[in-house]
Design a protein around this ligand. Structure first.
Ligand SMILES: [Cu+2]
Length: 391
């Protein structure tokens, strides 16, 4: 009896500490066995990335924790793959190597069973914003640059469920001899938890009926869907990037490729807002276009994968990716200096281990927009956030 109670308390305590955030879980990933103690800060794969220098967010700073050379996630061209996404390895089929052991819940299909849905930054299932898988046709992770990844599949309902199915486009070309490098990417809606992005790298291969046409040079997805929170009730399909696009690199100290115009309260999302379909992405085997004209493809970035400049880093952006851009306009590529975030709170956030916390008041004031719709949207978000205990 006593031991049962003790066990119950231990489980309760563990469940509390396991709350929040999410990642894929697979032995092909970098950082699969990284625990809260591996780094000087909590750098478990599930920990969000926000306001970090390049090396700290790129591959989640897990490059020194590679998978076994033979462990690959296999994606069958034209088929689908189930991936497990959770806030703790103990909820997944790979619980055996979880620090807290087996905490699976056979009665719950959720990514984080028994926890408030705010653990995955969603107030309800309608509030999930989707996640994505990108692929780089390179075998050596040290050769992979941010602009090498092309998003090839998206799941709109991610990360609501533990088991998340990803459709693989038909005719995806095979990988080089040593396989490919893939990444899982997720950004949540702005109304549940603070702004952040997620990235986990893993080894992958394309199997089955592979094609021979390579994926085009990944461009940048543009905000082109209905965006009522920003006063745009209607989608602008002509403003979408058609063709392969890069993941969003966002809300970091350096290396961002999106978000210069929309602001921190309007995160880029892997759903229709940025022209992604739910499932296998179409039009991959072409160069990206916007409104029927060739889209600007970011030039080979000056952002080195290994040693980025510490402060103002020159990264390519599509200048007209703003929500305010007229539909049908053609993207213009520009190399701009990305300034350090102006808020003092940003450095404070970077100094501490990243966690889901409320925004500091000064940040709110600084980011406040003029538009009435915009303002009420922010107020709504903040109200919800105040009601939501940080985790
Ligand atoms: Cu989180």
């Amino acid at each position: 009896m006593i031991s049962t109670i003790t066990l119950g308390l231990a489980i309760a305590a563990f469940a509390k500490s396991a709350a929040g955030h999410a990642s894929i879980w697979h032995q092909s990933m970098w950082g699969f066995n990284v625990t809260a103690q591996t780094f000087s800060y909590d750098n478990r794969p599930v920990v969000p990335l926000q306001q970090m220098p390049f090396n700290q967010w790129w591959f989640h700073n897990h490059l020194a924790y590679p998978p076994h050379p033979d462990d690959f996630m296999e994606f069958p061209a034209g088929g689908s793959v189930n991936m497990q996404i959770s806030c703790d390895k103990g909820y997944t089929d790979l619980y055996a190597s979880a620090p807290g052991g087996d905490i699976r819940d056979p009665n719950s299909p959720l990514a984080c069973p028994g926890q408030p849905t705010t653990a995955i930054h969603a107030n309800n299932i309608e509030d999930v914003a989707g996640c994505a898988i990108g692929i780089a046709y390179k075998s050596d992770v040290n050769d992979v640059q941010p602009q090498d990844f092309a998003i090839f599949t998206v799941n709109y309902t991610c990360p609501w469920y533990l088991n998340t199915e990803f459709q693989i486009p038909a005719d995806m070309p095979a990988c080089p001899e040593g396989g490919c490098i893939c990444g899982w990417f997720w950004i949540h809606n702005p109304d549940s938890g603070s702004e952040q992005m997620y990235m986990n790298g893993f080894q992958c291969k394309i199997t089955g009926q592979t094609g021979n046409t390579p994926i085009g040079t990944p461009g940048l997805a543009r905000r082109c869907g209905a965006d009522p929170a920003n006063g745009k009730p209607d989608a602008s399909p002509n403003n979408c990037t058609v063709g392969p696009v890069q993941p969003f690199y966002w809300d970091q100290q350096e290396g961002n490729n999106v978000g210069m115009f929309e602001g921190i309260y309007s995160p880029p999302l892997y759903n229709g807002l940025y022209g992604f379909v739910d499932g296998a992405q179409p039009n991959l085997f072409q160069e990206p276009t916007v409104g029927g004209a060739p889209a600007a493809v970011p030039a080979s970035s000056s952002a080195p994968a290994q040693s980025p400049s510490p402060s103002a880093q020159s990264v390519p952006v599509v200048a007209s990716s703003s929500a305010d851009t007229a539909a049908g306009s053609v993207a213009v590529s520009a190399s701009v200096n990305v300034p350090q975030p102006a808020t003092t709170s940003a450095s404070a956030i970077a100094a501490s281990a990243p966690k889901c916390k409320r925004r500091l008041p000064g940040e709110k004031k600084q980011k406040k927009r003029k538009s009435k719709a915009r303002r009420s949207s922010i107020e709504r978000h903040l109200k919800k956030r105040l009601a939501h205990e940080s985790h």
